[in-house]
Design a protein. Structure first.
Length: 144
């Protein structure tokens, strides 16, 4: 993918108002704050925890598998006034042909989907140019 960097979810930490999601790229690490429910789901996805009954992200992965769709990647596309935007690229291929769609979604939901489907996450260089580097904070929280 041009003009973007591959990323990983390095850590998800509780805060008084939700969770801090540390997104780590080669050039820098940045934080996306999410609500408590989204953060708990991210922690479960990061730790590969399965529920007794499928939760939303598990259900969506099963639904896509059942429809023979593949999650190609998740891309953090932009940020505006502290709000991050992302899209998921889904590919469907069958006897009728192939179709690829980009669907807008909240980064927290798409990160959970990516983690559950072992799909790569990318961040636009435009986003990386705008965010503060939180690498030092991550190193304090999670020493290598």
């Amino acid at each position: 993918m041009n003009n973007c960097e591959k990323a990983k979810i390095a850590e998800v930490c509780p805060t008084p108002f939700g969770y801090a999601t540390f997104v780590q790229c080669e050039s820098k690490t940045f934080v996306i704050y999410v609500d408590k429910c989204s953060g708990a789901s991210l922690v479960n996805s990061l730790n590969k925890v399965k529920s007794e009954r499928p939760l939303t992200h598990e259900f969506i992965c099963s639904l896509l598998d059942g429809l023979e769709c593949k999650v190609e990647c998740v891309l953090v596309t932009s940020t505006e006034n502290g709000t991050f935007y992302a899209a998921v690229k889904i590919k469907m291929e069958n006897e009728l042909g192939a179709k690829i769609v980009d669907i807008d979604g909240r980064p927290s939901d798409l990160f959970s989907l990516a983690l559950r489907s072992d799909t790569p996450i990318f961040v636009s260089k435009n986003v990386l140019d705008e965010v503060n580097d939180a690498s030092a904070i991550l190193a304090q929280i999670k020493p290598q």
